[in-house]
Design a protein around this ligand. Structure first.
Ligand SMILES: Cc1cc2nc3c(=O)[nH]c(=O)nc-3n(C[C@H](O)[C@H](O)[C@H](O)COP(=O)(O)O)c2cc1C
Length: 226
């Protein structure tokens, strides 16, 4: 499918037949793009925690990602998620101060100066949502959609749940009646990440080798199918 070519059927303008034709065209575009291309995108969309900090992102860059995610499904089509964009250095530093990195890399304190994220998107919902499953599911779908959209633009990032309660205040979310459900750290990746087969007995701990390559074990298809 061509970027930005999403068709919206407006019942006042388009008759049902036009909608059907447009639907079929989109389905055929998607088929042409090939399942292979989509699977490759998903595989290439890894978690990145080190970035080229000299390459900044603008609010428009972040808006373009949310513009993709706004078409993602939400329960009952309620669309209660809101997206707080942070790309100026002060706000990025404030986000950074409120979360942790890579719990499994015990001797790594997070990215050094020069390799930190250059932007964040806080996926938010009305205060009180964090304790309910459905808003968190909506947020997860939106988060992955943003990450995939980011990857198509040469960007990468990390979904972050290990943020503290101070984030909401520092981003001015509380005063808008919102809280962050998942935080997305973004930038131009500056690290090598490789996928590998999970170890024996389903060992899935990610790890870094002596060349600083980040390894992410994944279970096999047969292990997943029940
Ligand atoms: C819901 C969720 C929360 C996460 N929270 C954090 C986090 O707080 N800090 C972090 O460094 N990584 C976090 N991650 C990234 C995971 O560690 C990462 O997805 C996992 O190691 C697998 O790597 P992959 O994304 O390349 O498949 C989170 C991922 C998800 C999906």
């Amino acid at each position: 499918m061509h970027q930005g070519d999403t068709k919206t059927c407006n019942t006042t303008r388009d008759n049902a037949q036009n909608c059907k034709a447009s639907d079929a065209r989109e389905a055929s575009d998607a088929r042409e793009a090939g399942e292979g291309a989509f699977a490759r995108l998903v595989r290439a969309s890894r978690t990145y925690r080190r970035f080229d900090e000299s390459r900044r992102l603008s609010a428009d860059d972040l808006r373009a990602l949310v513009d993709v995610a706004r078409f993602a499904p939400t329960a009952n089509n309620l669309q209660r998620l809101r997206f707080r964009l942070a790309c100026d250095e002060g706000e990025v530093a404030r986000c950074l101060a409120h979360h942790k990195w890579a719990a499994l890399l015990a001797d790594w304190d997070g990215p050094a100066a020069g390799e930190r994220p250059v932007a964040y998107i806080a996926v938010c919902a009305p205060v009180g949502s964090a304790k309910s499953a459905i808003p968190n599911i909506d947020a997860g779908i939106a988060a992955q959609t943003i990450m995939l959209a980011a990857r198509t633009r040469g960007l990468g990032g990390c979904m972050v749940k290990s943020f503290d309660a101070g984030l909401d205040d520092d981003l001015g979310l509380r005063e808008q009646g919102l809280e962050c459900l998942v935080l997305l750290a973004l930038g131009h990746p500056a690290e090598k990440v490789v996928l590998e087969e999970a170890g024996e007995k389903g060992a899935v701990r990610y790890w870094r080798d002596e060349d600083d390559v980040h390894h992410v074990p994944k279970l096999s298809l047969d292990e997943l199918i029940v």
